[in-house]
Design a protein around this ligand. Structure first.
Ligand code: ZN
Length: 282
C-alpha cells in the first residue's frame, strides 16, 4: 500500500495511491496517516478496502509529507561505507545519531529554502523508516515487526552550521524545509528487503549520488533495535538511515553547494521520487 497526504500545507488529508496510480481520498476512513493508523492491525484493515470505491483526488493536488504528527526524527550519521570514506571519517563503532527538528518536515516537492546566513547547503538522499507500533528494548530479530513502512527523505544539511559552528549536528539539519518526506509511505510488505534498494540524487540533472542500501554499515533491523534500547520509538516516529556517497561536500577537487534556482530530483527504489526547487530565504 502507498499512503500519502494531500492538500495545502498544514491541512493535508489522508489518501492512498491505487494500483493504477490514481490518488484516492481516505479521509472518510482514517483521520490521518499518523499515529494509531500506522499500527499493523490498522494497516491490515486498510488493505482490505476496495480503493476503486474511494473518491478520486485530482493528480494536480499538492502532496504533503507522507506522515503527519511525527514525534521525532532520528537520523543516522556516516552509515554508508562509501560516504564515510568521502568525508574522510572512519566507519563509527556504534551508530552516530542526531535529531532533526520535526519543524523541518515538508512535502516531497515543496521548495527547499536556503537559510539566510547559509553558505553550504547540501543534499542527502536517504531511506527513512516509519515506526508503526511502540518499540522499547526490541531485539534485532523482532525489530521489523515495529516498522510500518518506508519513504524517501532528503536530509538537507547546512555544512557550516553542522560542522563549523560547534556543538551537535542538529543545528545544521533542522532548518525549515530541510526534511522533504514522501511522496508516499510504502508499507513494508510492498518493499521487501530494505537492504536491497538503490537510491540516487540529481542536481540540475547531474547525478551526484548513486548508491544502494546494501552498503549500509548498520541495517534497518539493527537500527530499530539499537535505538529502542535508549528511547521508546512511537508510531509515526521516523528514522532516517544515512546517505550514500556523492554529497556536495565530498565533490573533488572543490565541494559543491546548492544555489537558489537549482533543482533536486531524488528517489529510492519502490518508494517514488521527489523534486525540489531551491530558493533563497526572504
Ligand atoms: Zn543524513
Amino acid at each position: 500500500m502507498k499512503l500519502l497526504r494531500v492538500g495545502p500545507n498544514g491541512e493535508e488529508k489522508p489518501a492512498l495511491l491505487d494500483k493504477n496510480g490514481v490518488i484516492r481520498d481516505l479521509s472518510g476512513v482514517i483521520k490521518d496517516v499518523a499515529g494509531d493508523s500506522l499500527h499493523p492491525d490498522s494497516l491490515a484493515k486498510l488493505a482490505q478496502i476496495d480503493a476503486s470505491q474511494l473518491p478520486e483526488v485530482p493528480s494536480s493536488v499538492r502532496i504533503g509529507p507522507c506522515v503527519g504528527g511525527v514525534g521525532k526524527i532520528i537520523c543516522i550519521g556516516l552509515n554508508y561505507t562509501d560516504h564515510a570514506e568521502e568525508t574522510g571519517s572512519r566507519v563509527p563503532r556504534e551508530p552516530i545519531i542526531f535529531a532533526k527538528a520535526t519543524s523541518a518536515i515538508c512535502g516531497p516537492n515543496d521548495n527547499v529554502v536556503i537559510p539566510r546566513s547559509s553558505t553550504k547547503t547540501d543534499w542527502e538522499v536517504e531511506l527513512a523508516v516509519v515506526i508503526g507500533k511502540t518499540a522499547k528494548y526490541v531485539s534485532e530479530e523482532d525489530a521489523l515487526d515495529y516498522v510500518a513502512g518506508y519513504c524517501v527523505l532528503n536530509d538537507v544539511s547546512e555544512r557550516a552550521f553542522q560542522l563549523e559552528r560547534k556543538g551537535q549536528w542538529s543545528k545544521g539539519k533542522s532548518c525549515d524545509t530541510f526534511g522533504p518526506m514522501g511522496p508516499w509511505l510504502v508499507t513494508k510488505d510492498e518493499v521487501g528487503d530494505p537492504q536491497q534498494l538503490d537510491l540516487w540524487l540529481e542536481v540540475d540533472g547531474h547525478r551526484y549520488q548513486n548508491g544502494t542500501t546494501n552498503n549500509m554499515v548498520y541495517g534497518v533491523a539493527f537500527l530499530v533495535s539499537y535505538l529502542s534500547q535508549f528511547c521508546s520509538l512511537q508510531p509515526g516516529d521516523v528514522i532516517s538511515t544515512g546517505t550514500p556517497a556523492g554529497v556536495g561536500m565530498g565533490v573533488k577537487p572543490e565541494p559543491v553547494f546548492l544555489q537558489p534556482g537549482q533543482t533536486m530530483r531524488l528517489g529510492v527504489d519502490k518508494l517514488g521520487e521527489q523534486n525540489q526547487t531551491v530558493v533563497a530565504d526572504s
